[in-house]
Design a protein around this ligand. Sequence first.
Ligand SMILES: Cc1cc2nc3c(=O)[nH]c(=O)nc-3n(C[C@H](O)[C@H](O)[C@H](O)COP(=O)(O)OP(=O)(O)OC[C@H]3O[C@@H](n4cnc5c(N)ncnc54)[C@H](O)[C@@H]3O)c2cc1C
Length: 440
Amino acid sequence: MNSTFRVSICGGGIGGLMLAVVIGKYGTHPVDIFEAGPTITTFGAGIGLFGRTMDVMEDLGLYDEFIKLAVKPPQENTSSTFRKSDQRDGYHWFSVHLKHGQLMLHRKDVVDFLLQYLPASCKIHTSKKINSYEVDSETGKITLHFSDGDSSVTDVLVGADGIHSATRGTMYKKLASSIEDDESRKKLLKCIDPVWTGMLAYRNLVPIEKLLKAYPDLETPINVTLHMGKDKHIVTFPVSKGKLINVVIFHHNCGTFGSPFEGRWVTDVPEEEVLHLFEGWDIRAEALVKCVEKPSRWALHSLRPLPHYVDGAVALLGDAAHAMEPHFGAGAGQAMEDAYVLGRLLTHELTHLGNVADALKTYEEARLAFANSVVQRSHDVARYYSFSVPPEGSETVPFDGAPEELDYMRKAMVDAWEWQSEPGRVWDNAEQLWRAKHST
Ligand SMILES: Cc1cc2nc3c(=O)[nH]c(=O)nc-3n(C[C@H](O)[C@H](O)[C@H](O)COP(=O)(O)OP(=O)(O)OC[C@H]3O[C@@H](n4cnc5c(N)ncnc54)[C@H](O)[C@@H]3O)c2cc1C
């Protein structure tokens, strides 16, 4: 059986690049990355990665080099500081301690790092936007159709094409077309489009020099800090060796989850749009907001948990499979876990062209339930950050900052973060599943 086959990756984001790196490390398959943009680059600013992802980088033998790009928290196991900030005398509320802490990176550094480790067998094709694909029912070959009229044939297709994934669109239309029951068909088609989470995020990188010049009494930010208050929170952490502070301002519009968002999802806005939101807040929070220049506003969308990540020799990965709210800073980490498991299965000694669809099914079995649970947890934790979760035993949200309410929310947030400390040896489970399928 042919153990070498062509893998096409749709999308050169963190997930797609990571998959190509893993395939190059463990195998020899020819890999094509088709990227819609004119270059391989990334939008957005800072990115936090946790112990689970570091375990994966360690398995790949890349940890020592990767860690050089990151700002690490001062204490190995302190990840995030949570402050109650919607009052002038804001205060340190609690900290969350996680194995390895949280690494803080510039997104561009992560992309540039992965580009360095692409194998020679990997070709990048830019300005190649995939519109759809079709599968030859006799040969199993997959034809990719691009928006410029070109096409390309492959054995395996991985949709790493982000939240708007054209691969997901084609896969779910195909799955739906084979279903007779109206309700089930509609349910599948509903999985294609992302939903607005009711939340706006304003992102910006603030030079540390600017912040300290304007507010010389502020301590230099050294780790992830959340400034929380009713309906709003700010996440900050240093990146680029501490020269820049990643500032993300979240404005929750509670109760609007799932409603349509009118307007552009990502757009630059004037500072005034955020300034007034934080009047009367703690001086540290106010200082950060006042230093933000022309933030980009993101209308945060996520996917409904998908019932399938795989159909035949086509798989979805990263945001294409499980775009989530960013409240655990987990989206890229989960994309990297997907890529690691999928890359190892594609290059496994037991995998060949004849059983590659089963290998992809094993990827789905190993990843879908977990990644979908992170989508749900990322949604739930936002309700704590915005103080919009009903206290224990109550149906309503009368939050008025009473000590017992604060205590309840503190415990809930600490518990919610625990999963990020679990070991990230994600491959062991998948390999056991794959080997077990061959022992019967
Ligand atoms: C405000 C905010 C903060 C975040 N913070 C964090 C964090 O701290 N930590 C973390 O882990 N995650 C974070 N995330 C999530 C993280 O950014 C994503 O989960 C991650 O980038 C997903 O990677 P991906 O490769 O799956 O998709 P993407 O990064 O979206 O890459 C998809 C690629 O596919 C290309 N593409 C799209 N369509 C096509 C097509 N039809 N044909 C060809 N190419 C195509 C795109 O141009 C792009 O290059 C955050 C997200 C937001 C919005």
